[in-house]
Design a protein around this ligand. Structure first.
Ligand code: FAD
Length: 379
């Protein structure tokens, strides 16, 4: 058994770490405060080739190594959870969908610029009336002679306002259900396709989250991504991979919370000594470090299995569930260790706590992941 990263994986992690700590971290609080989208920083990430990491060379990527991709997300998230979410939602979900299921023509047109970081692809699964129950969208696609007509809406879509196109799920049979949902590629600017205003969120303020509206959107027969009627099953496959990314994102934010807390515990003095000398604080730090390292090991194992082309649904679900809950606990304890200062905007731990909370909700809530796991283990 070999627990070491390869030289290439270490080189990518170190390069992203330098970029994230030198260029992203110093600006993270300001992007959060102003809720601005990180376009200049995304352009830098495109220059560094980060968008190509999970995609094949034939489409402008650098090979598709899941481990390097997940490490990249962890490093970005350490500095700024919102940028990490923009990146992960694009690569794992929108562009990832085209990579796995797109036709050669769709890949030439959309995956290549997506892998070069020139365009973002959004993924529209959730609707106002169905999130966890993703097999039953109210968005409908009706077949016409020369194509499809889509009507409906999508809720909470990451990168909605900044994407060049969205992959959206629609029922192609009344009520949807297994065999009744199909994925469609809808380019921005298609008549009838519009994006609503930004939601006001608890955290991840620099990430773009908005609703999508489909009002008589006409697409050709080539608008389908993958197989007609297989959109739900394809989406489950996409979410399996996405969960490795959310686990890594959680670990990145959790590690930032731990690093800040370690530094604070050394410098803050109470009752004549640094608070890090009190057992109550030392044990919190020890628990945070243990849980985050276990979470990291879990996501790396799931990534390794995926890279070996072996089944990984169960491991990805475990990694996402454990990492998101462990990182939320870590961010919560980081506030406690900082005392009153932890509640203030000028210390980043309150941002970590707000940002990390999404990880227990997006790409499968903790409750849904426990259902997935119970099924996987035959319970
Ligand atoms: C910032 C942000 C970004 C997002 N980005 C995207 C995106 O890019 N694309 C996209 O498609 N979606 C996106 N989402 C949506 C997200 O994936 C959903 O919010 C999530 O899947 C939960 O769905 P819901 O909100 O409809 O909750 P619901 O499904 O209504 O769940 C409500 C509660 O009920 C529980 N519950 C539901 N069903 C069961 C059950 N069978 N057993 C036990 N408990 C259950 C849930 O766990 C939860 O606690 C985003 C959300 C946010 C907040």
């Amino acid at each position: 058994m070999d627990f070491d990263l390869t030289q290439d994986q270490k080189a990518i992690r170190d390069m992203v770490r330098s970029f994230a700590r030198e260029e992203l971290a110093p600006q993270a609080a300001e992007y959060d405060r102003t809720a601005r989208f990180h376009q200049p920083l995304l352009d830098r990430m495109a220059e560094l080739g980060l968008f190509g990491i999970p995609f094949p060379e034939a489409y402008g990527g650098s090979g598709g190594d899941t481990t390097s991709y997940a490490l990249t997300i962890e490093e970005l998230a350490w500095a700024d959870g919102a940028v990490a979410l923009t990146y992960a939602a694009h690569c794992s979900l929108g562009a990832g969908y085209l990579n796995l299921f797109g036709s050669p023509a769709q890949k030439d047109l959309w995956l290549t610029p997506a892998a070069q970081g020139k365009t973002l692809i959004a993924f529209g699964l959730t609707e106002p009336g169905s999130g966890s129950d993703a097999a039953h969208p109210q968005t409908r696609a009706e077949r016409e002679d020369d194509g499809w007509v889509l009507n409906g809406s999508k809720a909470y879509i990451t990168n909605a306002q900044n994407a060049g196109a969205a992959v959206v799920m629609a029922a192609t049979r009344p009520g949807g259900g297994k065999g009744g949902v199909t994925a469609f590629l809808v380019p921005a600017g298609t008549p009838g396709f519009s994006v609503g205003p930004q939601y006001e969120k608890l955290g991840l303020h620099g990430s773009d989250t908005a609703p999508l509206f489909l009002d008589g959107v006409r697409l050709g027969l080539d608008g389908i991504v993958g197989e007609e009627g297989r959109g739900y099953e394809q989406s489950l496959q996409i979410l399996d991979g996405g969960r490795i990314g959310i686990a890594a994102l959680s670990v990145g934010i959790g590690q930032a919370a731990l690093d800040r807390s370690l530094a604070y515990a050394r410098e803050r003095v109470a009752f004549g000594k640094p608070i890090g000398q009190f057992e109550a604080i030392r044990f919190k730090l020890a628990d945070m470090a243990m849980e985050l390292e276990l979470a990291r090991t879990a996501y790396l194992r799931a990534a390794w299995l995926k890279d070996q082309k072996r089944p990984y649904r169960q491991e990805a679900a475990m990694a996402k569930l454990f990492a998101s809950e462990a990182a939320t606990r870590a961010a919560n304890q980081a506030i406690q260790i900082h005392g009153g200062a932890g509640y203030m905007r000028d210390v980043p731990v309150e941002r970590y706590w707000r940002d990390v909370r999404l990880m227990e909700i997006g790409e499968g809530t903790s409750e849904i992941l426990r259902l997935v796991l119970a099924r996987e283990i035959g319970a």
